[in-house]
Design a protein around this ligand. Structure first.
Ligand code: SAH
Length: 386
């Protein structure tokens, strides 16, 4: 680390996206280790956090909101913390560089194509956001143009010019979001070029990723995290496994290679569609996917007396809910592998499970979000009496 080149961010104060900008990387890891220790240490030994060699430009998903500054110049960047004011950002130290370049190109094209940025206050204008997703392994790139209306003037010429500037783009999607919410993406996708999704691979499986499906933002560390999770599950090839909050089925398909059968449960219907296609394309015949609330699914399983030996769970930041956790306890799997991006809700949920007959056996923090205060953990629980 001593030879590491330290880059400093010019936007750190205004942007607010990275709480640890200005903190040397080794120190960031120490802070995260301490945070996990404080929250989870009472449940068991916390392993040393697995950090990154190069903590820059790791994000495979780049989102820019478009607006105008006071002088009327087109800007792109992110919302100021807790506001809808846009901070203009030209270069970010954690986002993929190629994706940022594409966003700058789009920003430069808007004027000549007479495309106006959308103004939230007046409701005038067209372009709200641009999202770029890049498969780090596949090299495929998806550009999503988020507009308030499906009518995009000189659409074909715009696409042609963008492809000419960046032949590496493999698909371009128009996403229509005409609602006044803080959600970036709307419900309608119109494919302007290519397949409408990208592929990428993790741990020897390939995955199709649609614009609205969740995909981990740091693929390099995700492989480390998933390998740890599957190692914790200690699969022998016979187990019946549940992958709750499964997204596009990443953990399901990787675990399926070592399990008897796997059921993935996911709320987002686009992600479930991706997951089913991913199962076919990876020739995983022992996996199926259910669309729905993970808590309700578990409740139905427990009520009908079905069993599972291993449950993976990877809920959003808010953690799991009472319905899920109480049915999990009823289902009584031998092992639970809890993957979490928020140690606070993780600590809360571990509190419940350890009161209900489970013991925490392993805790592994994995760095997924360098320069931000976020920290990911994989935790193994098993029955106290086993
Ligand atoms: N395990 C996946 C996804 C984790 S992100 C991966 O590593 O890629 C959490 C996922 O939970 C998202 O895909 C989100 O759509 C889904 N989700 C959120 N609430 C849910 C609920 N109540 N029931 C099932 N899935 C839910």
């Amino acid at each position: 680390m001593s030879e590491e080149k330290v880059l400093s961010c010019a936007y750190a104060k205004k942007c607010g996206g990275c709480r640890y900008q200005g903190v040397p990387y080794e120190k960031q890891l120490v802070k995260k280790q301490k945070q996990v220790q404080e929250l989870l240490g009472k449940y068991g030994k916390v392993q040393k956090i697995i950090g990154m060699k190069n903590p820059y430009f790791y994000r495979n998903k780049v989102h820019a909101v478009f607006d105008r500054d006071r002088k009327g110049n087109i800007i792109s960047g992110i919302y100021e913390p807790r506001s809808h004011r846009v901070v203009s950002i030209d270069q970010c130290l954690i986002e993929d560089e190629k994706s940022q370049e594409i966003i700058r190109t789009i920003r430069g094209m808007l004027k000549s194509f007479k495309i106006k940025t959308y103004d939230e206050d007046t409701g005038y204008g067209l372009l709200r956001h641009v999202l770029v997703r890049r498969g780090f392994t596949s090299k495929e790139i998806m550009v999503v143009l988020v507009t308030v209306s499906p009518v995009f003037p000189s659409k074909n010429n715009f696409v042609k010019a963008l492809k000419k500037a960046h032949p590496e783009i493999t698909t371009i999607v128009l996403n229509v979001n005409d609602r006044n919410t803080s959600m970036v993406l709307g419900d309608r996708d119109i494919v302007l070029y290519g397949k409408g999704y990208i592929k990428d691979s993790l741990c020897g499986c390939t995955f199709r990723i649609s614009p609205r499906s969740f995909y981990q933002v740091n693929p390099k560390q995700t492989e480390i995290l998933y390998e740890k999770a599957v190692e914790y599950a200690d699969l022998t090839g016979k187990e019946s496994v549940i992958d709750a909050y499964c997204g596009i089925g990443t953990i399901s398909l990787i675990a399926a290679k070592k399990a008897g059968r796997v059921t993935g449960v996911e709320l987002n219907k686009d992600a479930v569609k991706d997951a089913r296609i991913n199962a076919r394309e990876n020739k995983s015949s022992n996996v199926r996917f259910c669309e729905g609330d993970a808590g309700e699914y578990m409740e139905a399983m427990a009520a009908t007396g079905q069993t599972a030996q291993v449950v993976f769970m990877d809920p959003p930041r808010a953690g799991s809910d009472q319905k899920f956790l109480s049915s999990l306890v009823k289902l009584n799997p031998d092992r639970v592998v809890y993957i979490s991006c928020n140690p606070e809700t993780l600590a809360r949920d571990l509190g419940y499970l350890t009161r209900k007959g489970y013991a925490v056996r392993k805790i592994q923090p994995v760095e997924m979000f360098c320069f931000t205060e976020h920290v990911e953990c994989a935790v193994l629980l098993s029955r106290k009496d086993k």
